[in-house]
Design a protein around this ligand. Structure first.
Ligand code: 0PR
Length: 357
């Protein structure tokens, strides 16, 4: 920000992806980039005025429904996974009758649930995990009559694991609580795996899946889906002077670029392009895991295309100084996310740099 003020934008370039091994964003698909630019000045928050982009949003939700196993999907394009998760917790809180609501999630749940809890006055109860995966018994122990939602993660931020969603959904049904699945990152890899995480696998009420992550849309493009339109009823706010009479979204003005680019990316890539991307990224992650194991490191994964390893922290700092963007888990392991821009040749030169130490 400071730099931009001093130098102006002339000649400034955004971050190159060629050494980024830690981001959950990636290079947008060329069609997504083009669509984002074309719809830059549109606002799906005002569908009466910006009808074309509103129709595109319906198409985006239909495509997200196809990805997540939902025949008649309801939902909208959010600013990202954070907004989608906040909204899911808001639905759960608003529809329940308690004054002291709590949400039960595995401790692996993304920090956006902390934001949701704080904003909404909901207690977030986090249960210990087993091998980084939600432990359903531990979650069950935290459930009581004030539990309004249970959360499962399908593709966790730190380790890329998938929680036992059908079991979590059963707990939610028994508790009369909402079942929310966070597939913000994993959602575009998971259709090509055997994991049970979709609406047609379990009694799921709401689900987060972000086109701006593995979906290869432009930022900002998140997704919140619900089993039916009525799930959104507890969010409806009157909008007296717009042509439409109510809004269920969190933000008012929203990005038409995000909506259009989500449609463009999904039309270009669903399903074959994403399937191929899953295959390539998973191969890369497995190759990297093998290389690190062969060098004596303790490696976790890949379950989905994400690998962690017990490289020491100073080494991670050294790597950063050589331009590699790597990050650490909460337990100080190095964490590599094999996004679409992460190629085998990138990983080869990364491993060669590791050998240099
Ligand atoms: N749910 C899951 C499972 C996530 O991994 C994330 C983000 C979110 C929700 C929230 O999504 P938004 O960031 O779109 O609101 N996970 C990444 C993280 O926190 C986000 C990220 C993306 C970080 C790109 C860095 C980066 O360069 O690590």
């Amino acid at each position: 920000m400071q730099q931009a003020q001093q130098a102006g934008l002339d000649g400034m370039q955004p971050q190159d992806f060629d050494r980024v091994l830690t981001s959950m964003c990636t290079e947008p698909h060329p069609a997504a980039r083009e669509a984002a630019e074309r719809f830059l000045a549109t606002n799906p928050g005002d569908p009466g005025t910006y009808q074309t982009v509103a129709n595109l949003e319906d198409r985006a939700v239909e495509l997200l429904g196809a990805v997540t196993g939902l025949d008649e999907p309801a939902g909208y394009i959010t600013s990202g996974g954070t907004e989608a998760n906040i909204q899911a917790v808001r639905i759960a809180r608003n529809r329940a009758e308690t004054d002291d609501p709590n949400v039960v999630a595995p401790k692996s749940a993304h920090f956006s649930f902390r934001k949701a809890a704080e904003l909404l006055g909901v207690e977030l109860r986090t249960a210990p995990t087993t091998d980084h995966r939600a432990n359903v018994d531990a979650m069950n122990e935290l459930v009581d009559e004030d539990t309004v939602a249970l959360v499962g993660v399908a593709g966790s931020t730190e380790y890329g694991v998938v929680d036992p969603i059908p079991e979590i959904a059963e707990l939610a049904t028994d508790a009369g609580a909402l079942c929310h699945v966070d597939a913000a990152w994993g959602g575009f890899y998971l259709p090509f795996t055997d994991f049970e995480w979709q609406f047609d696998h379990a009694e799921i009420d709401t689900l987060t899946i972000d086109p701006h992550k593995v979906g290869q849309a432009a930022v900002p493009s998140g997704g919140l889906l619900a089993r039916s339109e009525s799930v959104f009823d507890p969010l409806a706010i009157d909008t007296p002077y717009l042509e439409t009479t109510s809004q269920v979204t969190l933000t008012g003005t929203r990005s038409g670029a995000g909506v259009a680019s989500a449609v463009a990316a999904m039309e270009a890539l669903w399903p074959e392009g994403y399937r191929e991307q899953y295959r390539v990224s998973m191969d890369n992650a497995e190759w990297l895991a093998d290389q690190l194991r062969a060098r004596g490191h303790d490696v976790f994964g890949p379950v989905l295309p994400l690998v962690t390893a017990d490289l020491s922290v100073p080494m991670t700092d050294e790597l950063r100084s050589r331009g590699w963007r790597v990050s650490k888990t909460g337990s100080d392991e190095m964490r590599i996310v094999c996004m679409p821009h992460v190629t085998r040749s990138m990983l080869r030169s990364f491993v060669a740099d590791l050998d240099w130490y």
